[in-house]
Design a protein. Sequence first.
Length: 180
Amino acid sequence: MYDGRVFDLDRDLVDLGASQVVREYVAHPGAVGVIALDDQDRVLLLSQYRHPVRRVLWEPPAGLLDVAGEDEVTAAARELAEEADLVAGSWWRLVEIFTTPGGSSEHITLFLARDLAPTSTPFPRVDEEAGMQAVWVPLDEAVDGVLAGRLQCPTTVTGVLAAAVARSRGWAGLEQVAVG
């Protein structure tokens, strides 16, 4: 129905067995997010203006799967470098979500990144990314922020809570992944 810069609007005829229905939804390329934790178990959050909700939200580094042939963890590493000027020495698949399955195909894979170091060259930022501020928040304080409703971005909510649960389990059960 509509082809956009970031997403499309599709209409499908869906066979439910007893009937057929028309469903319209946002067709999204998918995305990745990074829960970057430093040696003090502080999570990196970035401020970013999100026009549809008319607010600045605190989010982990994240971005679209918009580079042909790029696997998810490589995309996550690219986003961490582009948005936070960081590289990570260790990566784990943390959690996967469908953000709004009633109206969008958007799928986000969140990764846990540890052993962080600065990139050699800062990445130039434009548009909404130009004014981003970075803060390091103790993971327990981030959990409190989620539960109190101060942190509302779905990647932040899901990633922070998943990281807190994984930490409480001694990080057992996470799949370690390699970039590239």
